[in-house]
Every structure is written in structure tokens, then in C-alpha cells.
Ligand binder design. Sequence first.
Ligand code: NOJ
Ligand code: CA
Length: 709
Amino acid sequence: MLRKTFLLIFAFLLTWQVYAQVITSPDKNFSLTFQLNDNGEPTYQLTYKKKPVIRQSSLGLETKDAGSLAKGFTLANTEQATVDESWNPVWGEVKTIRNNYNEMAVTLKQEEPKSRTMVIRFRLFNDGLGFRYEFPAQPNLSYFVIKEEKTQFAMTGDHTAYWIPGDYDTQEYDYTTSKLSEIRGLMTASITENVSQTSFSPTGVQTSLMMKTDDGLYINLHEAALINFPVMHLNLDDMNMVFEAWLTPDARGDKGYVQAPASTPWRTVIVSDDARDILSSKMTYNLNEPSKIKDTSWIKPTKYVGVWWEMITGKSSWAYTDDYPAVQLGQTDYTKAKPNGKHGATTANVKRHIDFAAKHGFDAVLVEGWNQGWEDWFGNSKDYVFDFVTPYPDFNVQEVRDYAKSKGVKMIMHHETSSSVRNYERHLDTAYQFMKANGYDAVKSGYVGNILPRGENHYSQWIINHYQYALEKAADYKVMVNAHEAVRPTGIARTYPNLIGNESARGTEYQAFGGSKPNHVTVLPFTRLIGGPMDYTPGIFEMDLHNGSHVNSTLANQLALYLTMYSPLQMAADFPENYDKFPDAFQFIKDVAVDWDESKYLEAEPGAYITVARKAKHTGQWFLGSVGGNEARTSKIKFDFLEPGKNYIATIYADANDAHYKTNPQAYTIRKAVVTNKSNLAQFVAPGGGYAISFTEATKSQTKGIKRL
Ligand code: NOJ
Ligand code: CA
């Protein structure tokens, strides 16, 4: 009996050795095992510090017209490689990014019905795993249509998840924190209204998905380098705690047209036992190709103000007139229309914003509602809404151009496409040329409403290709892009650094549409920001809005967002007159940098708090931001990131002791303290609150009379 058992174990180990392929991460913390099971189905599993993270999970795809690419494989070849290199992003949280991984590419062969090949490439970094499918050019697999991607992520338990509902058309949801087993029960309540939305499953969620295990492991599932492929959502089998990839279908229900040679985006699993590592991971960027833009000198991190919040809060309008229930470009004569008296984008109002930008050192001004067509811009499945070049009668493009130039301020163009994608593509060249001729180097684009061509989704392959087309064409014209309602980023900005922003999540605008949860901003960096920066549009100082909505945040929290919501594009979103009411707090927004050489995450817990210190590019000045969640807390940090032996004056903008996001959001204090890299801070953070610090190097005499920390 003993002998038999021994033989069995021996046989098992032998088979395991033959079929199981293992690689470890450079630091040996991760181990990835690839294995073909008896049916020739590819599988993988992942461990971190010897603990299982992903249980044995299936890999592969089912096609509509070329059979299964998920079984019947034999292992033809395995290749391993190690890469350790560094690169400097055009803009970013850090000056230099290390790209260090061990790679294994397994070549799989199917002989039946015809010989064909698929490669699965795994890259194991010190912060996690990326893998993708590759289809080399081959006689028997040139074109195919995907029915389903079968990639699984089998969890090891009923983890806590920070999730938003899976949806083919929007990401603008508040996050729900729950156990995986509770997703089904909470789904209906989590699907709040949006002008374009298509959910698909009671256990379907979006990536980037953040999770925490009961024993303190942080796991993030997402994708990298989403090019020419539909967005991957995740569908949970909540009996077994197994996620399966759920691709976004096109108008016909197809989930991707592939022509070999081709590769899918990378499927990513970022893992650590320290939540700060998830925030500082650069794995998603590392899985993208280096910049395809050779001369990047025209790509500039930007701090801006705009004619925007006044429309969002209902104080003014994008539309010029209320006279016409419907308009048609080229046929509607706006000179005969009665102005509604609250049009935001007038030459005078824009000039006022240019003056404000120039006075306070902002780089640029965004103007929305400047072009004809806003009277009925979405909701009617209208094909031809905007032409992106024809202004309303009260907006003088040339006058604004010359005025902005004279004040040294750049203009940011707005292209709301109303999701009429075909119409936008028709006008794109002319629109970018018009921008360049009139002093606009950046565009904020938008995709509100259901996509045209009708039946397509915001995240299906065809539309992914459109966003990419608009981005690459913009690069040809040296235009920077900030796309709203477009696909959430997957690190594409490494390859096209002119993608300086995206919305693709619930931004500050929702504070005017009923409010977001106070801890929203402690989740976004763990989810939405994993793939790239967000145009979150912080800086709201007046929390009680014109339309009756309330901003669920303290004023100090708003300041901290300039650090915790990393972006090379940052807006000061509130009205100039509201900044004029709080000049001392506004000083922080004026001072804070938008591009960094170093970033140090000091405290982090999804849903609860994030504290980060960053060192500005060019000036070397340090800034720090900390946001809290729903409850009050004390943030405890060390200033050991500062240079040893130097004295700094820290200006600390914090919640007052009685501050509260709901009842007392504008209660803040500003104090100065002398700090060195040996100093500590214990700082109160109110519910929905935060604090921000700017540091200036000081001589001994400058520190006299100021309290030391
Ligand atoms: C939604 C965008 O998120 C918002 O910023 C913009 O003002 C409106 N669409 C209008 O385009
Ligand atoms: Ca939006």
C-alpha cells in the first residue's frame, strides 16, 4: 500500500514536472505556474509569499467561426527571458520607472481539426502578473471572431471588493464595498441612473477591481494596453468565487474581430500585503509599448480653470437660446434667436477667466458651450449635432485667441461628440486644424449619450479603435487629449503621452448631480487610476451648490486631491469668485505642482485613507496630500522623505476640529511649522476631510519664532 502511494506521488510529480512550467518574480515573492490539464486546457495559478492568490484557473478563448482556443492543446515550446531596464516618462509621478520582470512564453499547438498555434506570454514583476494571448501569423488561423474569452481568476475566498457594476457604456458609478458573496444582492442598488448604461449580469463588475483578503492581501485585477480589442469586464461565479473575463460585445453581439498576427491586451493581477504598493505600482505602464511620439516637447502638464462648473451646477447653460426645441447645424439661424441670458461661453465671461488664469498663474482656460448645437445635443440619437468649428454669435474665436495670447494663457478646446462617433471622425481633421489656428493645444472630448452607430457600446472594439484613432490623429497635430466618457485607461499614455487625461469614472461633476460617497476619493486611486490619470476636476470651495446639491467633501479634502488624485492635468474647478473668498486656501492650488520626480505613498487603505508626498519636477519642492474616508481619523506620518540636514517650513492646510463634509465643510486651519526629515506629524482628518502641505526650504533665521514639529 505504502509502495503504491509512493509510486503514485512519484508519477504525479513526474507529470507535474513535465507539464507544469514555473517562473518566479525577480524578488522571488511571486510564483506563477502554467499547466495543461488532461484535456489540453491551459491553466495558471499564482502565489505571493507562498500564499495562493489565484487558484488554478482556466485560460483561452472560444471563437464564433474557428472553434475552441481553450482546449486540445499540447505544449510545443517554452521560452524564458529576464528584462531589467528603466525609462523616463514624459510626465508622471516619478522621474524614472524600472521595468523588471521574468517572462515565460508558452507556445501551444492544436492539431485537430487543423494545425494551429497560440502563445500565452506571462510576465512576472515584483508587483504582480501580466499575461496575454498571442496569435502568430499562420496558415490555419488568419481571421477569427471571438465568442467569449474564457480567462478565469479563481479567488481563494470571499474577499472584500471595492466595485462598480459591470456596464458596457458607463463607469460613472459610486463604489460599493462588500464581500464578493454580497455583490449579487447589492447590484440593483449600485446601478444608479446614467444617460447611457447597459449592465449585463447581477455579478458583473468592472476593472480595475480592487480587493482585500481576510488575511490582509491586496489584489487588483485590470488590463493593460487595450488596443484593437473590447474592454474586459469580470463576471463572478459567486458559488465558487471565480471571476471570468466578460468582453464587451459590439452591435451584433460579437466580442472582437482578430486578424493574426495579433495579441490581446494584458490581463493584470497586482498584489501586495501593503496597500501602498498597489498605488505605486507601474506595472500597467510597463506592459505598454514605449512612446511612439518622437518629439514630445509639446506635451505639457497643465493646471487650468474653465467656463464649466457654472454649467454643471445649473447656474448657466451650454446652449445659447431656449427658443428652439430642436436645431440643425447650417439651417438654424442663431442670429435670429433670443439669447437665454445665461449662456456661459460668452467672449466677456471667457476673458474674465483668462484674466483670472493670468493673475493666478494658471496655464490654460477651458471653454464649453462655445459652439452651435447644444440646444438638443443628446437623447435623440441624432447623427449630426456638432461640427466643432462654428461658434455661437456671442463667442468671438479670434478675439478670445488674441486676448489669451496677450495674457500668456493657453486655451483648451471642448469637443462634445454627443457620442455621434461617425460624425466626429468626419470632422476630426478640420476640427484639429481649427484648434491649431486658434491657439488651442489641448482638447477635452466627451461621449455623452448612446453611441452612434446605433447599437455600439462605449467599450466595444469598434469604439476602442475610435478613441485610439482620435488620440493618434491628435498626436499628428500635436494636440493633447483629455477624453471624458471614453474607455478607462490601461496605460496607453506610455505609448501616446498626449493622452494627458481621461474621465472614465465618477468625477466631481457628480457632486452636483446628488453627490458622491465621501470616501470615493480613497477608492479611485486603487481602481480607476491604476490605468492612468483622471481629470477629476477638484478644487471646489463652495459645497452648497446653485442647484441644491451638496459636495460631500471638506475644503481641505479638496486641496489634498491635487496630490492624491495624480494627474498631469489638474483643474481648479470652482468659480473665480469662490476662490476670491478664500485667498489663503487658494494659495495652495496656485502653488501645487502637476509633474513630479518622486512620489512616496505614506499611508493607504482603500475606502479609508491615502497620504502621499511628491517632489516637484524642475523646482524640487515637496508637497503632501492626505484624504480620509467616511469617518474622522488621525493621520500619523514621518517626514523622512525630506532631505537630511535641511530645515523646511511646512504650511499645513487642514480640517478644523469641528469640520465635517456635510455640516461644516469650509472649516479649515492654516498653520506653519518647522520640520526636518526627523519630524513626525499626527494630524486630525474630519469625516470626508483631508489635509495638504507645501514645504519650502528655509534658512535657520527664517525658521525663528515658528513652532518645530
Ligand atoms: C460630461 C463631462 O464629464 C462634463 O465634464 C462635460 O461638461 C459634459 N459632459 C458636457 O460635455
Ligand atoms: Ca462625465
